[in-house]
Write a protein that binds this ligand. Structure first.
Ligand code: HEC
Ligand code: HEC
Length: 220
């Protein structure tokens, strides 16, 4: 009995520790006031990051709140190395992250999986085989828009060049400027070549999804 109790205490403490960053209640209105710094990049459709690599900045409107908060925290700790976002996240408190996450998760109509926006995805057959090999839908959801856990990202319809950069970053792990340390995805990408990651990124980016760039004029 004592053993069992200690086991549950340990599980409880572990869960407290791993969810503490996300446990903060985000305030949408506060997030809308705090996003002035973000819209110069995330509020311009097709805006390109230029350093250390050139690709379009990710769409974050309509993304899961818990994932946004966790991504920002990862830039702050350096688990994600991207220099610009590290600089941005460094100035954010846990409450700022929760507020911005709440704001961005609600700033796009998430029910509108835009069926009309469906393009015929590039390289479908090859992509499907690679995605099946990786078991990607097991976590990101069958349509890549409904991940099994809210702290996992929606990726359908995300900018394909960004998806590719992100997948390469997991391969680079702790590498300065580009690496992402995240055990699950670090393990996932090991089995693929860069060319295969690109095929999957192009396919997922071509799917209809809930992610959007809300232009700054609409964001206020
Ligand atoms: C100078 C441009 C710039 C500014 C300003 C900026 N970002 Fe970013 N953001 C980026 C780029 C580039 C990436 C992709 C980084 C990478 O490859 O990891 C990114 C990534 C992110 C991600 C991760 C998205 C994902 O799918 O994993 C989130 C969340 C985010 N930014 C939120 C914000 C918020 C909130 C602000 C304002 C407080 C902000 N950003 C300001 C350029 C910017
Ligand atoms: C066991 C669960 C799991 C599986 C399987 C999985 N992923 Fe992920 N994926 C995650 C998690 C969790 C994250 C967030 C990692 C982080 O915080 O950096 C993620 C992040 C990503 C990202 C970055 C998204 C962004 O916005 O930056 C991409 C792209 C991605 N996964 C694609 C894939 C592909 C392609 C596969 C199959 C080859 C795959 N994933 C398999 C759990 C999984």
């Amino acid at each position: 009995m004592d053993k069992l109790l200690r086991f549950f205490c340990a599980v409880f403490l572990y869960c407290m520790a791993c969810t503490s960053a996300q446990a903060l209640e985000g305030n949408v209105a506060a997030g809308a006031r705090k996003n002035a710094m973000c819209i110069g990049c995330h509020g311009i459709a097709g805006y390109h990051a230029s350093f250390p690599n050139v690709y379009r900045v990710p769409k974050i409107s309509g993304q899961n709140a818990a994932y946004i908060a966790s991504a920002l925290a990862a830039y702050k700790t350096g688990a994600r190395q991207h220099p610009t976002m590290r600089g941005v996240a460094d100035g954010l408190s846990d409450q700022d992250m929760a507020d911005l996450a709440a704001y961005y998760s609600t700033s796009a109509p998430t029910s509108a999986v835009a069926a009309g926006a469906a393009k015929s995805p590039e390289g479908s057959a090859a992509a499907m085989a690679l995605l099946a090999k990786g078991g990607c839908t097991g976590c990101h959801g069958a349509n890549f828009s409904k991940p099994i856990d809210p702290s996992y990202p929606k990726i359908a319809g995300q900018n394909n060049d960004y998806l590719y950069a992100a997948l390469r970053a997991y391969q680079a792990e702790g590498k300065n400027l580009v690496g992402r340390k995240q055990p699950v995805m670090n393990g996932m990408v090991k089995q693929f070549t860069a060319a295969e990651l690109k095929v999957m990124a192009n396919y997922i980016g071509g799917l209809p999804g809930e992610l959007q760039t809300i232009q700054s004029s609409h964001a206020r």
